[in-house]
Design a protein around this ligand. Structure first.
Ligand SMILES: Cc1cc2nc3c(=O)[nH]c(=O)nc-3n(C[C@H](O)[C@H](O)[C@H](O)COP(=O)(O)OP(=O)(O)OC[C@H]3O[C@@H](n4cnc5c(N)ncnc54)[C@H](O)[C@@H]3O)c2cc1C
Length: 468
């Protein structure tokens, strides 16, 4: 279940915070977003912390496309928010790409130029996006093929996210880095609390992928989390490309050179996080057997989508910033948001963040927002009312009149509290990852109840019964 990016690379390791610290700027979360931001602020007094090892979240599990072509988003943003918002969306992501090209001149990491394609069997679906490209003056090509139509953006890129992160980490010697250091809460002074220590700072930016700990502006209800599955299959291509079908179910493709062979990364079988697809890899292998019978690697990833297709980037309280909600395009957005946030912090230029401010409520005035929150309520009620007793791992059982999730291996039986500590939704067992996942707001816990990710800051209460 390891992604292709983690196969041939070893990142530096960093200590765990073992005493109280203070700094000017603290960055919480060392995925691509946190690392890029720390690099841009490297001349300041910065601490970068992660609850896990660095580059162990979504940034290390995606398909490594670096592009401003984000599904068919432009005609939707143009319609909802108008020319300026759609145009700056494009420009911010193009600037992010230019920044990576600049780094590539200085540092050694894999960056491949390629064209990216949207494709559809239905020409009309792509026509609207093409018209948006024309309005926004985005260079493109529109082609009719026998059975499908394509809309391409030229001079986009594919990269190796961990190699880029590694290059930046090696070139920010003043930044103090700490791994296995989870921030549990903060106060308005601004002191951040780990289980044993504190970090006091003047400004904090949470680059934690999900809006952990934040209930401001009802952020917890303003995104949905999706899981997706990726296969790496041998594929003898001539020219590198990235492609995405906008028909449902959507398929994402990109070529990659790996160990001197050529492969295709295929991403599909999306579903709401926590509501499990029982045979995702089998389905995906079946659908792609004409490409190759062989699969080199397979893995899963998840990401957060907002209801108006714009991320949340900005200050939620004085000197406390969040950035998340990249709608599956967090490579360019991680860099774009870091460029915007570093400017906001260094030069106090907040205007550029206006379109993405968490305070906007325009994303709530959408059918998907209402639908998603009705679904969340329905799932919550359904699991509360209709729980079953099954013996296999993942069953929900009654023990001492309380509901527990059941897990058993050779050595032990583990009963975990089945209620998510975040808002009490009933957790679902993911048999592939052996995790307990929350379908409401995407918290995830190990089979033994240890918190892995998501809005909650707590692990699950559990009872372990050792076998003789
Ligand atoms: C299947 C799939 C394919 C994708 N492919 C692409 C692609 O090709 N191109 C693209 O642009 N985007 C892609 N994405 C989206 C992209 O992966 C994400 O949007 C992006 O990686 C998010 O980066 P991040 O740094 O915010 O998050 P992460 O990489 O998840 O980093 C967040 C970090 O915060 C840490 N953290 C969380 N809470 C705490 C806490 N309380 N204390 C301390 N640390 C904490 C976590 O441990 C983690 O290391 C894809 C997404 C999916 C699901």
């Amino acid at each position: 279940m390891q992604s292709i990016w983690k196969e041939n690379i070893q990142l530096n390791t960093y200590p765990t915070l073992d005493k109280d610290e203070s700094c000017q700027i603290c960055i919480v979360g060392a995925g691509l977003n946190g690392i890029v931001l720390a690099y841009l602020l490297k001349d300041y007094d910065v601490i970068l912390v992660d609850q896990d090892t660095f580059m162990n979240g979504s940034s290390s599990m995606n398909t490594g496309k670096l592009t401003a072509q984000h599904n068919d988003c432009y005609h939707k943003i143009l319609k909802k928010y108008g020319y300026n918002v759609a145009k700056t969306y494009y420009e911010h992501n193009q600037k992010a790409i230019e920044q990576v090209i600049q780094w590539h001149k200085e540092y050694n990491f894999t960056l491949t130029q390629c064209d990216t394609y949207l494709y559809s069997k239905n020409e009309d679906s792509l026509q609207k996006e093409k018209e948006a490209y024309e309005t926004l003056q985005i260079p493109h090509h529109f082609h009719h093929h026998k059975t499908y139509t394509t809309l391409s953006m030229e001079q986009q890129y594919q990269f190796h996210p961990i190699e880029l992160a590694n290059a930046l980490l090696q070139n920010m010697p003043k930044v103090r880095c700490f791994e296995h250091t989870q921030i549990l809460k903060y106060d308005t002074n601004i002191t951040l609390y780990t289980p044993n220590h504190t970090i006091t700072c003047k400004q904090v930016i949470f680059t934690t992928h999900s809006p952990s700990m934040f209930n401001e502006y009802f952020l917890f209800s303003r995104y949905k989390a999706y899981s997706s599955y990726i296969l790496a299959k041998p594929y003898a291509y001539n020219k590198p490309f990235s492609a995405l079908s906008i028909d449902q179910p959507s398929i994402s493709l990109r070529t990659i050179d790996y160990n001197q062979d050529k492969y295709l990364l295929i991403c599909n079988e999306d579903h709401r996080f926590g509501v499990h697809n029982t045979t995702p890899y089998k389905n995906l292998k079946h659908k792609t057997q004409s490409i190759s019978q062989e699969t080199l690697l397979q893995w899963q990833n998840h990401d957060y989508e907002t209801f108006d297709l714009l991320p949340f980037i900005g200050e939620i309280k004085e000197n406390i910033y969040v950035t998340f909600g990249y709608n599956l395009w967090g490579n360019s957005w991680s860099i774009a948001s870091s460029l915007l946030l570093s400017q906001a912090i260094i030069n106090h230029h907040q205007e550029q963040l206006y379109n993405y401010r968490p305070q906007r409520i325009t994303d709530c005035l959408t059918l998907p927002f209402i639908q998603n929150n009705i679904d969340t309520l329905y799932l919550w009620l359904k699991y509360v009312i209709l729980f079953h007793y099954h013996k296999p791992n993942g069953s929900i059982i009654l023990f001492n009149k309380k509901k527990y999730g059941y897990y058993e291996d050779d050595k032990q039986k583990i009963l975990v509290d089945i209620h998510c500590p975040h808002l009490g939704c009933i957790l679902q067992y993911n048999k592939y990852k052996e995790t307990w996942d929350c379908p409401c707001h995407a918290s995830s816990f190990n089979y033994d109840g240890k918190r892995l990710s998501g809005p909650t800051t707590k692990s699950l209460a559990h009872i372990t019964i050792k076998k003789e």
